[in-house]
Design a protein around this ligand. Structure first.
Ligand SMILES: CCCCCCCCCC/C=C\CCCCCCC/C=C/C(=O)SCCNC(=O)CCNC(=O)[C@H](O)C(C)(C)COP(=O)(O)OP(=O)(O)OC[C@H]1O[C@@H](n2cnc3c(N)ncnc32)[C@H](O)[C@@H]1OP(=O)(O)O
Ligand SMILES: Cc1cc2nc3c(=O)[nH]c(=O)nc-3n(C[C@H](O)[C@H](O)[C@H](O)COP(=O)(O)OP(=O)(O)OC[C@H]3O[C@@H](n4cnc5c(N)ncnc54)[C@H](O)[C@@H]3O)c2cc1C
Length: 613
């Protein structure tokens, strides 16, 4: 049977004032999704831990889960147990391995999970993710294949191309990557130098990286794993530059895995984290691919070389927007993991006395420790719930886009850009706070928190560097402010720019009203966005050009995007906690958590809130 639980931990869990099952079901999308999430790893452990019966395993997991979920309704213990079993059963920890060995160990596990996902016919992406994460807790060498490579085929390919290529990806007949960033350019996509020149005689594209700075640099799986890339390059046909387009580019021989003629690929070397992802470089020396290899859902090149432009040249960016949503959600769950580890540690770690002679206390009894952790528990809930709210907006907008209605694309780009920046920055700060809350043991790789940080902090950079993403969102917010200044109709999401007023009814001697909290965050966002717009216009009034005035106001514009995201998060948290149909004790607790999150945010950004009164 399961191992005994630390008495301090058991006592802390027994004091829960709510039923964790309600919360766990809510976080995982309902009892059926949760059942599946619990079943999958247990099913696989049966394969790996022959001496334990499946019943034993489920009882252990259910026992562990019931307790761990006291805090966040998460199922982390499975991971710790899985790691232990794998170490005993032949899956060794990669902590003590070289980068090469760690990559090979992760590849071994990833290939195992790829096979099992197919054999178990796991269709749902979340289920695939849960299943894989247990076996490959760090960076998965196939991450780009699972997400951006397949998403690009699905969103940029024609129906014929999807029919041809997607089955190859789903069955791992090919392993893919998404190659866009170059040594010289990651953010400024119009600066990408890789060319795809159309040869009308042979109806082929000639791919070339003409300079060292045009070398593709960073794409995951490029170093060793991938044998095909969805590669973004500047299309040149009939002597005209037609902008960035996507191409299916074979990289390595499907049998020998050796680079194909004209292809130079390799690994970019050690990184801050993400050690088990083989980020690589790629140089193309006039490599030819057939015309049919350009992903032509939105833009086309006809046989005679005629370029048919897309209805909207931003549609080529959809895979990035899609993946930003994944990153927004992952940030909340990463912080949830870190704060669960730190909170459990704080329940079992006894250090120092509160009352002299009273004996050493659980560090969770120190108010400072509670502040460190409870604010991060609240932040994790806020990010996970705001990500669900943003995804609902995304799904409705994306279904309109698929029918050709692109009116929500600017709002979607602004929302994904600002939320990706806000969530990843908040996650990075929060995970580091959790790590330090564990004292020396937080510095041990065995705690699991350092790798969570070094792997996920890269999300502040990839998928659009955060500052740049805030400025992208600020383009949209500034346009809305200009429209508000003229009394024009605004998109639903930014109508608060015209309606927000600061009529707070709460007084300091009473419990704060949740509607006042939403109003305060809304008013703060409206004020910061309006201030950024005023500074931009002041720059123009000083005779600066539009781009110089933009740069002159850019620090405030970044703040405006973050204030907008903070408001979106607080509103989503409070409205979802009130509307989720929880029993009274759970709802009371969650609204308390929402207040903690919002009031902590006011303290952290007290300058903004004081300024708006
Ligand atoms: C627990 C639940 C789990 C659930 C299961 C999920 C499974 C998950 C599994 C895996 C998860 C995690 C594993 C992690 C693996 C990740 C590995 C890392 C992968 C990383 C990949 C990359 O980094 S790919 C490269 C990314 N690069 C970028 O993002 C480049 C950023 N730069 C740009 O986008 C552009 O250069 C920029 C927008 C900054 C500038 O564009 P530009 O055209 O030069 O100039 P502008 O004038 O600013 O823009 C022109 C107008 O276009 C509009 N616009 C720009 N971009 C977009 C867009 N994307 N969509 C829509 N519109 C856009 C812009 O707003 C302007 O319009 P306006 O009207 O003139 O304002
Ligand atoms: C772990 C990891 C995995 C990755 N995986 C992939 C992948 O699979 N495929 C892929 O194609 N790419 C990948 N990338 C690359 C990633 O997309 C780029 O690093 C990212 O887009 C940032 O571009 P950059 O590195 O050129 O930084 P830069 O854009 O050069 O940023 C450097 C600094 O310049 C500032 N800056 C740049 N432009 C502006 C501006 N307009 N206004 C104000 N400040 C600005 C930034 O804020 C930042 O502070 C990955 C990166 C990492 C770290």
């Amino acid at each position: 049977m399961g191992k005994s639980v630390n008495p301090d931990l058991a006592k802390a869990r027994s004091q829960a004032t709510f039923d964790p099952a309600n919360l766990t079901n809510y976080l995982y999308g309902g009892p059926e999704k949760l059942r599946r999430k619990r079943y999958l790893p247990a099913f696989v452990f049966k394969e790996l831990c022959t001496e334990m019966s499946l019943t034993d395993l489920c009882l252990i997991f259910l026992g562990l889960l019931t307790h761990v979920s006291d805090y966040l309704g998460l199922t982390l213990s499975i991971e710790n147990m899985a790691a232990k079993e794998y170490k005993e059963e032949g899956f060794k920890s990669t902590d003590d391995m070289s980068r090469e060995e760690a990559y090979e160990e992760s590849m071994r596990r990833a290939v195992y999970t790829n096979k099992r996902v197919l054999q178990l016919n796991l269709q749902d992406q979340e289920e695939q993710y849960y299943f894989r994460e247990i076996f490959v807790p760090g960076a998965n060498p196939f991450a780009l294949h699972y997400v951006m490579f397949k998403d690009a085929i699905n969103t940029q390919g024609t129906e014929d191309q999807i029919q041809k290529w997607l089955p190859l990806a789903e069955t791992y007949a090919v392993t893919g990557t998404y190659a866009q960033t170059e040594l010289g350019h990651g953010t400024f996509l119009r600066g990408l130098e890789t060319t795809a020149e159309y040869d009308v005689q042979r109806e082929e594209f000639i791919l070339n990286t003409p300079t060292i700075t045009s070398s593709k640099f960073w794409p995951g799986a490029l170093g060793k794993t991938a044998n095909v890339a969805i590669l973004n390059a500047k299309l040149i046909t009939k002597g005209r530059n037609c902008g960035m387009q996507s191409f299916w580019v074979p990289l390595r021989h499907l049998e020998t895995h050796q680079p194909l003629p004209g292809i130079t690929v390799g690994d970019i070397g050690p990184k801050f984290g993400y050690h088990t992802s083989d980020n690589g470089f790629l140089q193309l020396n006039r490599v030819r691919i057939p015309r049919e290899n350009m992903l032509m859902r939105y833009s086309k090149v006809l046989q005679d070389g005629t370029f048919v432009p897309p209805e909207n040249d931003r549609l080529v960016y959809v895979p990035m927007t899609q993946f930003r949503f994944v990153v927004i959600g992952r940030s909340g769950w990463t912080l949830a993991k870190a704060v669960t580890v730190a909170t459990r540690y704080s329940a079992v770690r006894r250090q120092s006395e509160i009352t002299p002679g009273g004996g050493e206390v659980q560090i969770l009894d120190f108010q400072t420790q509670q502040h460190k952790l409870f604010t991060q528990i609240a932040s994790a809930y806020a990010m996970i719930i705001a990500a669900k709210a943003a995804k609902d907006l995304y799904d409705s907008a994306f279904s309109k886009m698929e029918k050709g209605n692109l009116e929500d694309l600017p709002m979607l780009h602004a929302l994904t850009s600002s939320m990706k920046a806000f969530n990843t920055w908040e996650m990075a700060t929060g995970v580091e706070q959790c790590r330090m809350a564990c004292g020396g043991h937080g510095y041990l790789l065995a705690s699991g928190i350092p790798q969570m940080y070094t792997d996920m902090v890269s999300a502040c950079t990839y998928e659009g560097e955060n500052t740049v993403m805030c400025l992208q969102a600020a383009r949209f917010l500034n346009k809305c402010q200009e429209a508000a200044n003229k009394g024009e109709r605004l998109p639903q999401l930014t109508r608060f720019l015209q309606t927000s007023r600061l009529n707070i009814s709460s007084s300091l001697d009473q419990d704060v009203d949740l509607n006042d909290i939403i109003a305060a965050y809304e008013f703060r966002a409206a004020t910061v966005i309006s201030e950024a717009n005023a500074r931009l216009n002041a720059g123009l009034a000083m005779g600066k050009s539009q781009s110089e005035a933009w740069n002159y106001a850019s620090q405030l514009l970044v703040k405006a995007a973050l204030a907008f995201s903070h408001w979106f998060t607080v509103r989503a948290l409070i409205e979802n906690m009130r509307g989720a149909g929880f029993d009274n004790s759970t709802e009371t607790l969650l609204l308390q958590l929402a207040k903690l999150y919002a009031l902590d945010g006011m303290l952290r950004y007290s300058g903004d809130f004081r300024k708006v009164g």
